[in-house]
Design a protein around this ligand. Sequence first.
Ligand code: DOR
Ligand code: ZN
Length: 347
Amino acid sequence: MTQNTLTLRKPDDWHVHLRDGAMLEFVADFTARQFARAIVMPNLTPPVTTVDQAIAYRDRINAAVPAERGFTPLMTAYLTDTISADEIERGFREGVFTAAKLYPQNATTNSAHGVSDIANIRPVLERMEKLGIPLLVHGEVVSPDIDIFDREAVFLDTVLGPLLKEMPGLRVVLEHITTEHSVEFVKAGSENLAATITAHHLRIDRNDMLVGGIRPHAYCLPVAKRRLHKLALRKAAVSGNPKFFLGTDTAPHERHAKESACGCAGIFSAPVAIESYAQTFEEEGALGKLEGFASEFGPAFYRLPFNEGTITLKRQPTDIPAALEAGDIKIVPFHAGEAMAWRLVED
Ligand code: DOR
Ligand code: ZN
C-alpha cells in the first residue's frame, strides 16, 4: 500500500547559510519552518570569528524567525590563521559556539580569510580535541594544479587523513561530501568522524550541470561529481549508518549573481529541503530510514538531545515556483519548475 503521510521526529539541519540583512530576513523562516535547530555557517563578510560577533549574529537570526517556531540557531566560529584557541574555548564554554568551521583559504564563497595552512591552527585544533569541540570541514584543497573534480579526494589524502592520525581524538564532520571515496573514508574512520550529505548532491551529478547547456543553479561547491558518486552518496544516506546525517548546505544567492558570466556557487534548497530528502529516500525504497538520518544521527554526534516535536509530510504533488521573491531579492530554489511528491504540512 502506498504511504500517504510521513511523520518524523522534528529534524535538524547540520549545515546552513542564513546570510545576513535582507537576505537573512527572507530565507531564515524557510529553514525554521521544518528544522528545530541548524548549524549556522559563519562565512559572512566579515566572517564570524569572535564570541561577540556570534552572539550578535544569533540575535539577528532570532529576530528574523517568528518566535513561535521555537527555532534554535547553533553558531559556529570561522577559523582563520590567527584565531586564538582561548576565543574558541570561551565561546564553547559560554554556549555560544557549538563548533568551528575550517575553510581552506579561497576554497569557496567568503573564504578569503580562511586557513592558508592547517599548521597555522594547530594549537586551536589541539584545544578543540581536548574539549571535544566539533571541527566542521570544507574538505577541498585549493591549488591551481589540482583539478576541481579531484579537490575533495586530494584533501582527504593530503590534509584530513594525516590530521586524524595525529589527532585521533578530534571530532570532525566532513561537510557536504560528494564522492564515493569520501563515503569510504568516513565509514573507515573512527567514531569521531562523521559527514553531512546535502539534498542536492543526492540528486544531481555533473551532467545535470553541464549537459544541454550550462546550468548555474546546479553549481555549488564542492561541485557535483560523476553519477557513480551520486549513487554512492544515496546508498550511504539510506544505509542507516549514523556517521551520515542531514546537512542541506542551503546557500542562497540572488538570481543575477548565479546567472552570470562568473556565477556564484550555492544551491538554495531550504524551501524544499525535507521534501527533497523524502523524495530521494522514497526512490531508494528507504523512507523508513529518513528519521535516523534527519533527526537522530546528527544530535547523537553533536551530543545534543533529540527534538521532542514532530513534522508531518503529506503525499501531495506540489509545483515548485521558478523563483521566489521578496522586495528586490529574487532567488531560484532547488527543484524550481519541478513537481515534488511530498509536502510539509504546516499547522
Ligand atoms: O556552494 C557553496 N556555497 N558551497 C560553499 O561551500 C559555500 C556556499 C556559499 O556560502 O554560497
Ligand atoms: Zn556550506
